[in-house]
Design a protein around this ligand. Sequence first.
Ligand SMILES: [Zn+2]
Length: 564
Amino acid sequence: MESLKQRISKYLIDYRRDKEEAIKDLEKKSSNFKEFKEELIKNDIVSEEELLIIFSREYKIPYLDLEKYHLPKENKELLPQDLASRYKVVPISRIGDVLTIATSNPLDIVVIDELYLATSFKRICPVLCKEEKINKFLNNLYVIKEEKEQNLKEDIFSKVSVKEQSFDESIGIETLVKESKLPPIVRIVDLIIYEGIKRRASDIHIEPTSSDVSVRYRIDGVLQHGLSLPKVNQDAVIARLKIMSSLNITEFRIPQDGRFKVKFEGKTIDFRVSSLPTNFGEKIVLRILDSSNLSYGIDKLGFSEKPLKLFEKALGSPFGIILVTGPTGSGKSTTLYSIISKFNNPQKNIITIEDPVEYQLDGVTQIQVKPEIGLTFAHCLRSVLRQSPDIIMVGEIRDAETADIAIKASLTGEFIFSTLHTNSSVGAITRLIDMGIDPFLVASSIIATTAQRLVRKLCLKCRVKDEIEDNVLERLGFKPTTPELFRPRGCPACNYTGYYGRFALLEVLLFDDIIREMIIKRASEEDIVNYARKERGFISLKEDGFDKCCQGITSLEEVLRVAG
Ligand SMILES: [Zn+2]
């Protein structure tokens, strides 16, 4: 195939017969098209403008003289700055789903493709324009905005007259309290919180470093950068947060826990706050707990239909134990709280024993364990049983003593649910037996065990087809007729992560008499799972994940990451 260099060379010779020799010479000399183009302009064979006009004819791309074009400021909203500068393109106009961009390099087809994938536009139309003019427009459109923001930031921060040495503990607490109430500090803290809610963060990390205070947000399980605050504002910002959360502001040396609530768009959002002393000052972590998510019930958590049906069947039992398993951050508490919400009504006495209490629920008695004064899970559970509960939620079964009390209570008619640290639903059985619980008691008290994992959803604006070889798919357990699979790519909508939002994979092992017999006879985990798969509609986390891949909701790599 003819290279671009050769094609343009041919075209130019037609256009400038008199320069045939020189053109051929330069073509030979330059190793690629870019060099060739530069040489042509340098040697006065064609001007950049002439070259663009040639391109325009050859590739049927309009040439636009941007000298005469007024570029509206709002155009910067059409394309994020980093994309525009990376590809040296200027957003010119938008009509419906079509974005017109100006470029000086119409031959870089990759650019158009990349922009198409990275934005939500259905079509990207290029027009040609001189490079110099493109640079000018890029500067006007984007750079000035950055400067303005910088000025605004300096403006906010300069109003705070916190002395450099305020980092020293010797600063008066009174001064600190006064400073923490200054409008700029209040605005900074409000902004940090607002950003967190807007960006769907699950927690906000405010972390002093040697040179500044960095703010990061955990979004879909991954930490992402936010603001950096000047070191001088550190103490006032932290003091403000501590006052809001009713923490002891004079105490810097030990970790503290607190909470506060904010109203946002008509919803009340809870923040659980913890402080931790570090080398550079106190680090504050805010967990955002949006309790409005819980009232929708477990059928709104996005579980697949099959395991959800099994789960609901288990919840219909009058007594017994349901164990939810999974690692930290797998969404276990959301599931437990959703179940409590489902049962929560004035006719029911619901008691929870937690470490820590995450969401505060009206009408529910919630107890915080305090092992340092002897209030352990086991101790609390024993006391709770004397309060005639209908439903008990034990935050976590960590030891044999708690497991033992829970099991015995469930055998006398209590309905208990709790969590356990294991990898799979069937693993919960083994774990309890390993703790020293008699298999007979495990078999007779438990209704169901579940396992869950949080998986990121693919960003629908930028996901791309995933090409995976059939033999790999088969090895992973896919059927040969697998529909299209997708993988993440990244675009402004998803902050270039390729993912947007999360949902939980679920695996439910619903006990029946045969499973109970197998447990008493110490059957292997594999045998129990094989039976459950055949007779009890069991599907594993991985199988649930593969289903979601086939529906294009998540990627294979994501499922293998959490359930591989
Ligand atoms: Zn995206």
